[in-house]
Write a protein that binds this ligand. Structure first.
Ligand code: K2U
Ligand code: ZN
Length: 189
């Protein structure tokens, strides 16, 4: 990502073509993603608007590249506080510090549709990343933003929110998801 990349990448998501979101237990969701390199600049430029269009359409407040089948260390987040856009493009994100204090949040995932559970994570995190202009950024997040950023960065290591739950709860959710997906496929036939 060279520093000259314009930030209008976020602006042209409106017409961007949607991407298919992988549904668990798709193996692509277990991928350990590789860092984005400078030779990926063009690929990433094309991907950003399409990931935002896909996320806003779902709707979701975050999306990681492996969820759309690309094993790259790149995520987007937008909590859309009070309906205004607050987009983050996080390339090669890493949590560089986190609080000892932990907090529970109701989490969902576009790759596990209609499944939700309380997940406990560090309440405050400091995340370092490269943004869409190629600039190095560091953000301190708390609340839902902290949960969402950790949830998305987990995706880059093949970890889903259900992996933080007890085996009993995880299997219940995965069984219910498989049942719902099977019923959807039967309806579509
Ligand atoms: O990774 C994803 O699929 C994005 C999740 C983001 C999320 C992370 C942590 C906590 C909540 C959501 C999707 O946005 S799931 C849909 C959703 C949207 C708003 C609030 C809860 C769930
Ligand atoms: Zn997710």
């Amino acid at each position: 990502m060279d520093a000259s990349t314009p930030t209008d990448l976020l602006a042209d998501y409106a017409g961007a073509e949607l991407l298919p979101i992988l549904i668990a237990p798709h193996p692509g969701l277990k991928a350990r993603c590789r860092p984005v390199r400078s030779e990926d600049t063009e690929l990433v430029r094309g991907l950003i608007p399409r990931m935002f269009a896909t996320m806003y359409k779902a709707p979701g407040i975050g999306l990681a590249a492996p969820q759309v089948g690309l094993p790259l260390r790149m995520v987007i987040v937008d909590l859309m506080p009070d309906e205004r856009r607050e987009p983050y493009v996080m390339i090669n994100p890493e949590v560089v510090a986190c609080s000892g204090e932990r907090a529970p949040h109701e989490e969902g995932c576009l790759s596990l549709p209609n499944q939700y559970a309380q997940v406990v994570r560090p309440a405050v995190v400091k995340v370092r990343f490269t943004d869409e202009t190629g600039g190095r950024r560091e953000v301190q997040a708390d609340g839902l933003l902290a949960a969402c950023m950790q949830h998305e960065i987990d995706h880059l290591d093949g970890t889903l929110f259900v992996d933080h739950l007890s085996a009993l709860k995880r299997n219940m959710i995965l069984r219910r998801l498989a049942k719902e997906q099977k019923a959807l496929k039967e309806q579509a036939r």
